[in-house]
Structure formats: structure tokens, C-alpha cells
Write a protein that binds this ligand. Structure first.
Ligand code: ZN
Length: 272
């Protein structure tokens, strides 16, 4: 059984792939659970009501979970004031979804100095405010950090949250990985399809120094299709190829990797 710890069903849907088809294929291919990740408020406002009504609470595989957050590349919600963010959280009944075990993290949030659609100050502010929200509800954080690890580490240290810190689509080199491991006991690293790409030796080297208890796997679909599927739109069940690649790299059996990732997903995000 496989888990896709991070995908964007709303965006896959926009690309014309039907969510029912994705879920049906996922079931056939033994995908146990999928985490739908929020990246912007506008998207959340339009997609989440449909998603929660039609899919989230279906009692069949794959089990669905979701996150709430605004990515550093989509700070369309300009009022980055904690109380207004809290209002939104309450407006969408997120406490109830959290208590039902369906809201599993605040994310994706963080810093992206590669794209830099917003100034670093704007990004830092949005990041800090959302970390406060995670702290208030003791929720894990799902991080999007690109070319900004130094600032991100500083902010995370200041935020001093005790819930898990999950680096999504992890791209840090071994040196950054060591720093993170030394500074944040409760951290996890989620690897996406790009770990299978030829020029990604740094990510592969990082994987090898991370304790297996701290590894998660994801698709980030519709982006970053693994292996030979590169360039095509990605879907959650393609996570199987990333499992294969990672099992090989770690020299463990696919079965034991599946078991380990299930334990990790339960430990870090309370996903079953
Ligand atoms: Zn994402």
C-alpha cells in the first residue's frame, strides 16, 4: 500500500483529468491515502467546498486528507494579519475537519527565492503568520522551501513549534540536510518525482543520510512526474515509481519501504 503525501487534485482537475478517475485508478493500484494540499486562498475557496462535500469523507480507499495554507508563490491573500487568517480558518470549519482527522497540516507554506513572485519580506511575513496558526492548533507544517534554506531555518527556529516540520519536495543538499537534522528533532523530508531525475544527485545523496524513519514520499502532482513520465502531467498513483526508485537507492525491499512510509505518515501527519 502506498501513500501520496502531497498532491494538488484541484490543479490536476483543471488540466482535465477527472478526480473520480484518479481515485478509481488509485484504488486499483493500491494507493492507501492521498493528501490534497492547498496553495492559495482563492483555490481553497473554490475547490475545498466541492472536495469536502463529494470526496473527503468517503469511507473507501484511497483515504483522503488535506492541508490548509498559502504558498510563497501565491500570496494572493494580502491581509497577512494573524486574526484575519484565523477568521478564514474558522470560516471554513477547519477546527471540525481537524478534529475529524482530515486536516493534517498547515501548508504548503514557506519561502521561494527561486521564483520570487513576492519580495523576501512579504514571504517571510506570510510564513511567520502561518507558523503561528500551526502553533496555535499544534498542527504539522508542510514546507515549500526553494533556494531559501538559511532564512527558513532562522524563521523556524524562532517560531519554536513542537509539531512536526515536513519539508515537501525536498531539494536540499547533504550539508543543508545535516543542519536541518541537527536543529529540528521533529522533522521529516518528503521526496517527489524529481529525485528520479539524472541531475539530482544532491537530493539522492541527501536521501542516503536521512534516517529512514524521517522519509515521506509524494507526487506534488500535477507537477514533477517521476522517471520516464517526466514532462507529462502527474497523478497521485505515479508515486509508485518514486517508491521503486527510493527502495532501490536505499537497498531495501519495496514492501519494507511501503511499511516504513506508512509508519512515518502516521507519526508525522496522523495519516492512516
Ligand atoms: Zn505542492
Amino acid at each position: 500500500m502506498y501513500i501520496d503525501c502531497h498532491c494538488h487534485l484541484d490543479l490536476i482537475n483543471i488540466f482535465g483529468i477527472n478526480i473520480n478517475d484518479i481515485l478509481q485508478n488509485s484504488r486499483k493500484l493500491k494507493i492507501n491515502s492521498i493528501v490534497q494540499v492547498s496553495a492559495s486562498i482563492n483555490e481553497f475557496k473554490t475547490f475545498f467546498p466541492v472536495f469536502s462535500k463529494n470526496f473527503l469523507y468517503k469511507n473507501e480507499l484511497p483515504f483522503l486528507y488535506f492541508t490548509f495554507g498559502i504558498s510563497p508563490n501565491d500570496l494572493s491573500y494580502e491581509a497577512f494579519d494573524f486574526s484575519e487568517l484565523l477568521d478564514l480558518f474558522l470560516h471554513f470549519d477547519l477546527i471540525e475537519h481537524m478534529n475529524n482527522g482530515k486536516l493534517v497540516a498547515i501548508g504548503e507554506i514557506g519561502l521561494d527565492y527561486f521564483h520570487k513572485f513576492f519580495t523576501s519580506q512579504e514571504q517571510k511575513n506570510a510564513f511567520e503568520v502561518q507558523l503561528q496558526l500551526a502553533k496555535k492548533y499544534n498542527l504539522p507544517v508542510m514546507l515549500h522551501i526553494r533556494d531559501a534554506f538559511d532564512d527558513a531555518i532562522k524563521i523556524l527556529k524562532n517560531a519554536d513549534i513542537s509539531s512536526p516540520i515536513i519539508f515537501h519536495c525536498y531539494t536540499g543538499d547533504p550539508e543543508i540536510t545535516t543542519t536541518i537534522l541537527e536543529n529540528f528533532e521533529n522533522c521529516a523530508f518528503s521526496f517527489a518525482g524529481n529525485i528520479t531525475y539524472k541531475k539530482m544527485e544532491n537530493i539522492q545523496k541527501s536521501l542516503l543520510i536521512i534516517p529512514i524513519e524521517k522519509i515521506l514520499l509524494e507526487t506534488d502532482s500535477p507537477y514533477l512526474s517521476p522517471g520516464k513520465l517526466r514532462g507529462k502531467e502527474n497523478v497521485p498513483y505515479n508515486v509508485i515509481q518514486t517508491y521503486d526508485f527510493v527502495a532501490n537507492l536505499l537497498g531495501v525491499s519495496l514492501e519494507s519501504l511501503c511499511n516504513q512510509i506508512r509508519i512515518n505518515a502516521k507519526n508525522f501527519m496522523n495519516i492512516f
